[in-house]
Design a protein around this ligand. Structure first.
Ligand code: NAD
Length: 335
């Protein structure tokens, strides 16, 4: 049967996911949406036949024909909706971050453990990006030997007005925390954040860019340049340095042009463009697995681990120096 989905939060990501479920994904339909902004919820619901609009997420979960939930509200609102979904034993795709800090992420993990089965997939969509998937497939063949270092670059054109220095870690570098764990198959054990003099193009008081170094339990280093006011484009790159070679993605060389004494291409301006395929594949994979009664993809454990890494990263940013990541024991449910 077609999967009836309730979408919670109809802002930039939520509205795009409603469009995706409606127009791109097969096997699903949006049956309810919720947003604290009633007008926004109504406007998005009006684009889909038979979709009801709510201001209370719990009311959307209780609507007729809801089989699964997609959470795209801001991070601090995720925990309440996750717990409400667990009460109804509904499968959930939750946008990153699972929750904004390790303690709340652990509460979610423990609530899922009490259910006794996995219900959550976390929206770390880079795992569904064809380039990242190729890089991971290459690493798992072992041809290049053991990974020693991972170099990541994460650049945005400009940061939104509400963006704070710690959000460079908790909102942006959260993706590299997951990518590092997933590509290398290691847990991150310590975080160091170095801070060059801020760019003149960064808003007053924003520590932008930052240079983050992760240490892993497999003895690798993963560094991240995060620069959210680079001005020229949205760029995400990764290079793995292994014992017998290196591999790199994110150069965006899909189209190279030659003209009047120049060569070059274009740079994506935001994530919706750069990761469109990843979002499409993430949602289709989630819908397919959910219809089979399975939960695949990044787990609540992955969401918790990323939250713990980011919390350590924010402390490293504020206090300077190296901060160790404290992780709870990994429950058997998460392999
Ligand atoms: P946004 O501000 O555009 O949208 C959030 C919406 O949620 C708003 O319409 C707001 O009114 C609504 N809202 C606020 N509190 C709510 C609540 N308690 N219940 C229901 N609705 C509520 O933000 P966004 O950029 O769409 O981000 C949403 C989520 O997606 C965040 O978790 C963010 O980290 C994540 N995100 C992920 C990616 C990615 O690449 N995977 C990119 C951007 C954002």
């Amino acid at each position: 049967a077609t999967l009836g989905v309730a979408v919670i939060g109809t802002g930039r990501m939520g509205a795009d996911h409603v469009r995706r479920l409606h127009e791109v994904t097969s096997g699903a339909r949006v049956v309810a949406v919720a947003d604290v902004d009633a007008e926004r919820a109504k406007a998005v619901a009006a684009r889909v036949d038979g979709c009801s609009a709510h201001t209370d997420p719990a009311a959307a979960l209780a609507a007729a024909d809801v089989d699964a939930v997609l959470i795209a509200s801001p991070g601090p609102a995720h925990e309440a909706t996750l717990l409400a979904a667990f009460e109804r034993d509904l499968p959930v795709l939750c946008e990153k971050p699972l929750t904004p800090d390790a303690a709340s992420a652990l509460r979610v993990l423990e609530a899922e453990l009490r259910l006794g089965h996995r219900r959550v997939q976390v929206g770390f969509m880079r795992r569904y990006d064809p380039e990242y998937a190729k890089l991971r497939a290459l690493l798992t063949t072992g041809q290049l030997g053991r990974p020693l270092m991972l170099h990541n670059r994460h650049r945005n054109v400009a940061s939104p007005p509400f963006f704070t220095s710690s959000m460079l870690i908790s909102d942006s570098v959260a993706h590299e925390a997951d990518v590092t764990r997933w590509l290398l198959g290691h847990e991150i054990t310590a975080v160091t954040v170095l801070r060059p003099a801020p760019s003149a193009n960064a808003p007053d008081g924003l520590r932008d860019p930052q240079f983050v170094v992760f240490e892993t339990d497999g003895g690798a280093l993963s560094d991240v340049e995060i620069f959210v006011n680079c001005g020229f484009g949205y760029q995400v790159q990764a290079e793995v340095v292994c014992e017998r070679g290196t591999a790199r993605i994110g150069d965006g060389h899909a189209l190279v042009t030659n003209m009047a004494g120049r060569w070059g291409g274009t740079i994506a301006q935001d994530w919706t463009e750069r990761f469109e395929t990843a979002y499409d594949r993430q949602i289709q994979t989630w819908v397919d697995a959910t219809r089979r009664g399975e939960v695949t993809g990044p787990s609540a454990w992955d969401g918790y681990a990323a939250a713990a890494v980011c919390e350590a990263g924010v402390r490293a940013l504020e206090d300077g120096g190296r901060v160790e990541v404290e992780l709870a024991e990994k429950p058997a449910l998460y392999g």
